[in-house]
Design a protein around this ligand. Structure first.
Ligand SMILES: [Zn+2]
Length: 388
């Protein structure tokens, strides 16, 4: 049944085409993970032309056919403003991810103190310095001095307020739900000390959040593995895990979780079952892999369009693929293993669906078994790495 998942370990399967849930069910069945079968952001809805209701209805239909009878969730992802909320509440969503990233002041990391100071009121500063500057013990996540506190306050203060406001609005509309705060799409990473600050301030505001998505060091680009120093990430995650353990009330959430296979064992090591992972684009790429094999003409049209639209479509995503690095086309399905091709195809899904959506969906319906077994294999690999 569709319900909040609380602190159960969970996994988000975004499905931009509305055809992937049977493959997701096959992969998640028998694991400890509670699935989120419907997960769509406002940005994705705009690009796929689907409404929150359609997304959840597609998942529901597949759940009924597969006779999935354990709890599952529906995630209203990356909600930015209050007006984004009602459509998802009406459609029965159970998991609400608030993204206050637009209120994060990324310059606070480097701005001189005389620029930062006027951004905090005297009253606020007195309150915060009493709270945070009197701790003489160094914690695993670090310790505040006046400068660090000032930077953290300017960087995240408004975002925390906004998340609180979104929580209050949601509480007026709904009794029980999972609530996530995500700052994963900001420019600068969230330090463990800032993570502590965010969680503590949310608590002080009375925000009951079930998961939190910091922005980690390195690059979590769409549809490809982690780019960065894994050892440095491991050290950093140790400190973040100390913060979540200190509070003990929420899960660590990893966004852009598609294909981050080298990071999954670290999540399992540091958080065990207190995790939530989100994926989306990788299911779309598996659909394209099936098309590359069975409908090469259609696939080539999508690929050509992707190259044309990449520079424009990439603007709202963190990707680094280069058009001049795209491989020669000889073996089409193996194109889906190439870093540059994956990112180009991933971020141009909206353009591809606008132009070829009907053809893509009817081709996948014709190759249903191949699509579902591709998804099952792909996600079985993902989920196995989250086991401790
Ligand atoms: Zn995200």
């Amino acid at each position: 049944m569709l319900s909040p998942l609380g602190l159960s370990p969970s996994f988000g399967f975004g499905d931009r085409l509305g055809l992937a849930t049977p493959g997701h069910i096959a992969a998640v069945r028998g694991t400890k993970l509670a699935p989120v079968f419907a997960q769509q952001s406002v940005r994705e809805n705009a690009r796929t032309g689907r409404s929150p209701q359609q997304v959840v209805d597609d998942a529901k239909r597949a759940v009924e056919i597969a006779k999935w009878d354990a709890p599952w969730g529906a995630d209203a992802d990356h909600l930015k403003i209050v007006d984004d909320i009602p459509a998802f509440v009406e459609a029965g969503y159970t998991f609400f991810t608030v993204d206050p990233g637009e209120f994060v002041d990324n310059a606070a990391d480097s701005d001189p103190l005389n620029v930062l100071k006027p951004k905090i009121t005297r009253l606020k500063w007195d309150e915060l310095s009493t709270l945070y500057l009197n701790q003489d013990q160094e914690q695993p996540w670090g310790r505040f001095d006046a400068e660090k506190l000032m930077r953290a306050t300017v960087k995240y203060g408004k975002a925390i307020q906004h998340a609180g406001m979104m929580f209050n609005r949601l509480s007026q509309l709904k009794d029980s739900f999972d609530f996530e705060v995500s700052v994963d799409e900001t420019d600068s990473p969230t330090t463990p000390l800032e993570h502590f600050f965010i969680a503590n301030e949310l608590n002080r505001l009375g925000v009951r959040f079930t998961s939190l998505a910091p922005r980690f060091i390195g690059r979590f680009e769409k549809g490809v593995d982690y780019i960065g120093d894994l050892e440095a990430l491991d050290d950093e995650l140790t400190k973040h895990a100390a913060v979540t353990r200190h509070f003990g009330t929420y899960k660590l959430s990893l966004h852009s979780g598609s294909d981050k296979l080298s990071v999954y064992p670290l999540l399992a090591k540091h958080w065990g079952e207190r995790i939530h992972v989100k994926t989306a684009g990788t299911s779309y790429l598996e659909a394209l892999r099936v098309l590359a094999q069975y409908e090469p003409d259609l696939f080539l049209k999508i690929y050509t369009l992707g190259r044309e639209c990449y520079e424009a479509d990439r603007r709202t995503y963190h990707v680094s693929a280069r058009l001049d690095m795209l491989p020669w086309i000889d073996d089409l399905p193996s194109l889906l293993n190439d870093f540059h091709a994956r990112e180009v195809l991933h971020v141009t899904f909206g353009s591809a669906l606008a132009k070829y959506g009907t053809e893509i969906k009817s081709s996948l319906v014709n190759h249903t078994d191949a699509y579902h077994s591709a998804l099952e294999g792909h996600f079985t690999k993902h989920l196995a790495l989250l086991r401790r």
